[in-house]
Each structure stands twice: as structure tokens, then as C-alpha cells.
Design a protein around this ligand. Structure first.
Ligand code: 5GP
Ligand code: ZN
Length: 110
């Protein structure tokens, strides 16, 4: 999608610190990390938010990548977050799963 920063990262039109890629998803380190490890997993296909995902396959592609990448990085414990909509804190409208690790996390999230 034109003017979507995460589509541009997925298409390699703008640089990012990529840590994983397969046919359907890419993962890259967050520009403004909130934990010692903080990366984002995104589908290559544009979906504005979780509400727009239209197939179980797309869900599967995104979520099955998370433990694979964690294992690759040697991480066993991590926080995953998906912000959906502005009031939930979503600022980039291309769905992304935050994966954070390397510190203790509070619950409930703020
Ligand atoms: P949201 O607030 O939508 O849940 O999360 C968006 C995340 O994307 C933020 O954590 C922000 O730091 C990250 N981010 C925004 N723009 C870029 C970018 O151009 N490159 C990278 N690597 N991360 C970005
Ligand atoms: Zn996009």
C-alpha cells in the first residue's frame, strides 16, 4: 500500500534492521525499543489492523513466526502486544506484533 511505512520496509524500499524473513512475514527491530529486545513481526501483505485480517492462514503466518524467531534469538520468555486502534496505542496502521524481552514486564499493561 502506498505511503505505508511498514509496506516500504517489507518491500525493502526503506531500510530496517531485519532479523527474520520468510515468504509471508518479515521481522525487524523497533526503532524506539521499549525493552532490551523489541522487534516487530509484520505480514508482507498490508492489513491495517487485526480487525482487517481476513483469513486464518494470515493469522497463522504471523503468529507462527513469533516462536520461531524467539527460538532463533534464544529467547524463551517474552511479551507480545498488538495495539488495535488509536486508543489502544496503534500508531502505524499496518498490523504488527510487538515482541519484547530482556526485562520484567508489568501486568496489566498501562
Ligand atoms: P504501535 O504504536 O503502532 O503499536 O507501534 C508502532 C511501532 O513502530 C513503534 O514501537 C515504533 O517505534 C515503531 N516504528 C515506527 N516507525 C518505524 C520505522 O520506520 N522503523 C522501525 N524499525 N520501527 C518503527
Ligand atoms: Zn502496509
Amino acid at each position: 500500500m502506498a505511503d505505508c511505512i511498514f509496506c516500504k520496509i517489507a518491500n525493502k524500499e526503506i531500510p530496517a534492521d531485519l532479523i527474520y524473513e520468510d515468504e509471508n512475514v518479515v521481522a525487524f527491530n523497533d526503532l524506539n525499543p521499549q525493552a532490551p529486545v523489541h522487534f516487530l513481526v509484520i505480514p508482507k501483505k498490508h492489513y491495517a489492523s487485526l480487525n482487517d485480517i481476513d483469513s486464518e492462514e494470515a493469522f497463522g503466518n504471523i503468529f507462527s513466526a513469533v516462536p520461531k524467531i524467539a527460538e532463533k534469538l534464544g529467547i524463551k520468555e517474552y511479551r507480545t502486544v498488538i495495539n488495535t486502534g488509536e486508543s489502544a496505542g496503534q500508531t502505524v496502521f499496518h498490523i504488527h506484533v510487538h515482541v519484547m524481552a530482556g526485562r520484567n514486564f508489568n501486568w496489566p499493561a498501562g
